[in-house]
Design a protein around this ligand. Structure first.
Ligand code: BDP
Length: 717
């Protein structure tokens, strides 16, 4: 009775205040299954989690926040379990002597510095639920895993879970400027309130840390890759130190972007030449200064000689010279350099997709040990679908980091419902064949393929100061999926979506069976209504929102025709041996499969080949018909998402229900615009009729070409 009253009360409060998404997947609503709730309340009636460090204090705080609500009961927080018939024990064998009785040594050993174990066990006949780890942060991760277990309605009986991350540094990259504008940010201003820092650190920063720790993210690059050297000045370092202080208990280190020309801009030097002794001394002193303010500073992320950013090439040096300069300054303090391979130059006549490989591959073996080359998942730029980047597998002597984009720059910003767990997984699971079958991107990145100790995965964050953090209520699933896959790249997008829905909405079976397929199909839908069959870079200029296959003029590699190459004969970029030869950058088994039209996956067809409009697709249709029907299919998929979502009205709180419903309406309109404008535009080349089954366009091509979208968030400065 008490339980149902409380549940009712909580529900009433939620309705009154409106579920606003702030709590993300850490809502800790009462466990809905009464039998599970009662048995968990019994098992966790006593909680022993001595707060002997700030990190264990954070673990204890989380349990204190979560358990009374989840269990609809108030566990006793005690110093010892003693004779209690059942208890939860949380900590390391050092922080909690009672754990020593369990002889966990052998089980803990392989779990490393961040892993944990969860176990349902008995000590002298008394039931103990154990969250144990080798380190405090491992115990914190274990607490979040236990809470996830409870939130997803899993029983504690027989619990036996061991988990350790495969990738060492799991980072968010914030493209945040010092004036709080977020490049490609669609969820408000930056979370970092630089002007008020260090005096005031918003409580939101702690909640950001909690959310990240709950999925194992252990680092944040605070500033934009298009870097501002000011962040390296003393007043800003004080601000960074204040943020670092709040993030530290949650196992999160801060990193900064380093502007290569900082010695000139801040230090008044005449040069930023990486081999110049005064430049080397400047960085050495600067790094020492950073470590005085932030002793566990993680290191630098650098975008150099790319899209106008300064870099070593201005001095006739190469990327290794540049990276090593910073690496040498950071090494004595244990810091690392993440040097980005996102480089291309309009003055280089070669296919843009080939340029990073051409520049970086010869440098394999020339980087210091504390350098990671950070590579986007594909060779162009976070398109809705790309083949894996050919550098993966091509630089065995260098640790290679993977950069994914969580923010939806090319996938409808925070307007479109696009679950990226599937995209991230596709990127990780891609087989480079570099050292035989099974040489997946994931194994390159986690260091297991070439035995590198240092490993990095980064996601360009989609967070901002909007109340629900990510703008679209479903976009938080992408932050979540990134973290979960960064921790365990063998996890499936399906299982991750399942967890996220349960925690973010509820464990209702109808809700799950309705919403999960929407999430899982949403990325493919976005590919279909925007850039199907391997098409890429068809978006409008600058803001990258909406279609622009006609966008021409200015630098060629920023126009759409450079990529789609539509003409009277067909469409697609010939990157095979008859074209740009980009395929030569892949290992022979991959190259051969993709080189041949019949074996090239249709999803990548127009990425690698210029294909005749009448080419017969696997469906038996011509390429032209197939292309048009894919666009239609994308629109149809969004409509099916709308239908599915509408049935969830009784299952979702009104605020989030209406919000997603409205966004889906917008998305359907956008999907139609993509379909109509791209089909009409490509028809000017194909000169073929639009096949049956495709709805007629609402407007003329001129209309679509004239669409202007001023002030799209994340564009400008
Ligand atoms: C592109 C973005 C641009 C970024 C750049 C990068 O359009 O805003 O600065 O990538 O990753 O996706 O450096």
């Amino acid at each position: 009775m008490r339980a149902s009253l409380l549940t009712l009360l909580l529900f009433a409060v939620a309705v009154l205040r409106g579920e606003d998404g702030y709590r993300l997947w850490l809502r800790y609503e009462p466990i809905s299954n009464p039998a599970l709730r009662h048995s968990a309340a019994e098992a966790l009636g006593t909680v022993v989690c001595p707060a002997s460090s700030p990190t264990l204090q954070a673990a204890r705080d989380e349990l204190q926040l979560a358990l009374p609500s989840l269990l609809d009961a108030s566990p006793a927080f005690a110093d010892m379990a003693g004779n209690a018939s059942s208890a939860l024990l949380v900590g390391t064998p050092e922080s909690l002597p009672e754990l020593q009785e369990l002889n966990l040594g052998d089980a803990l050993k392989p779990l490393g510095n961040e892993g944990f174990l969860l176990r349902d066990t008995k000590v002298a006949g008394r039931r103990r639920i154990v969250v144990a780890a080798n380190s405090d942060v491992g115990a914190l991760y274990g607490v979040f895993a236990l809470l996830r277990h409870l939130q997803t309605n899993e029983p504690l009986d027989g619990l036996n879970l061991l988990s350790a991350p495969k990738i060492q540094r799991r980072l968010l990259n914030h493209w945040d400027n010092l004036n709080r504008w977020v490049e490609r940010g669609y969820a408000g201003l930056s979370l970092w309130d630089w002007f008020n820092l260090p005096d005031y650190v918003s409580p939101r920063i702690r909640d950001y840390a909690r959310a990240n720790a709950s999925i194992g993210i252990n680092g944040a690059v605070l500033t934009n890759v298009n870097a501002n050297a000011q962040v390296l000045t003393p007043p800003f370092l004080d601000k960074v130190a204040a943020l670092a202080g709040t993030l530290r208990p949650y196992g999160i280190r801060v990193y900064l972007t380093a502007r290569f020309s900082a010695p000139v801009e801040l230090g008044g030097l005449k040069t930023a030449d990486p081999l110049d002794p005064s430049v080397r001394a400047w960085w050495k002193d600067k790094v020492a200064e950073i470590y005085r303010a932030i002793p566990d500073f993680g290191g630098f992320l650098v975008k150099a000689n790319s899209e106008g950013q300064p870099g070593p090439q201005a001095y006739g040096r190469n990327h290794a010279d540049g990276a090593n300069l910073l690496a040498d300054a950071l090494a004595p303090h244990g810091g690392i350099v993440m040097w980005r391979a996102f480089v291309y130059d309009q003055n280089v006549p070669d296919d843009r997709a080939k340029q990073a490989y051409t520049e970086f591959k010869p440098l394999d073996g020339q980087f210091r040990d504390n350098v990671v080359v950070q590579i986007k998942n594909g060779p162009i730029d976070f398109m809705p679908r790309e083949p894996f980047h050919p550098l993966f597998g091509a630089m065995p002597k260098t640790p290679l980091g993977l950069e994914l984009q969580i923010t939806q720059e090319y996938l409808g910003a925070s307007i479109h419902l696009v679950y990226l767990g599937t995209l991230f997984k596709e990127a990780l699971a891609a087989d480079t064949h570099a050292e035989g079958p099974g040489s997946t991107v994931a194994r390159v990145v986690d260091g297991s393929l070439d035995r590198h100790a240092l490993s990095v995965i980064a996601g360009v964050a989609n967070t901002g100061n909007e109340r629900n953090w990510t703008g679209h209520p479903i976009a938080a699933a992408n932050w979540y999926a990134f973290g979960r896959l960064a921790w365990d790249h063998e996890a499936t997008p399906d299982a991750i979506a399942d967890e996220w829905i349960r925690m973010t909405f509820s464990n209702d079976p109808t809700l799950l069976s309705t919403l999960k397929p929407v999430l899982l199909e949403s990325r493919e839908a976005a590919v279909d209504y925007s850039m199907p069959l391997g098409l890429h870079h068809l978006m409008a200029r600058d803001h990258h929102y909406g279609p622009g296959p006609w966008v021409d003029g200015g630098r060629a590699d920023w126009t759409a025709p450079y990529y789609h190459r539509a003409d009277a004969a067909g469409i697609g970029f010939d990157r095979s041996s008859t074209g740009s030869k980009a395929l030569d950058q892949y290992a022979p088994p991959v190259r051969d499969e993709w080189e041949n039209l019949p074996t090239c996956p249709e999803a990548l067809l127009l990425w690698f080949h210029h294909v005749s409009w009448d080419y017969r697709m696997k469906s038996g249709r011509t390429l032209w018909d197939e292309l048009c029907l894919r666009y239609q299919h994308g629109v149809d998929s969004v409509r099916s998402f709308q239908k599915a979502w509408d049935t969830l009205e009784p299952k979702v709180d009104p605020a989030r229900f209406l919000h997603v419903q409205a966004l889906l309406r917008h998305q359907e309109r956008d999907a139609r615009e993509w379909r109509d404008s791209c089909i009409l535009y490509f028809q000017t080349f194909s000169k073929r009729p639009i096949p049956t089954g495709v709805e007629p366009a609402e407007h003329s091509l001129d209309f679509y070409e004239a669409v202007k979208r001023p002030d799209v968030p994340g564009t400008g400065q």
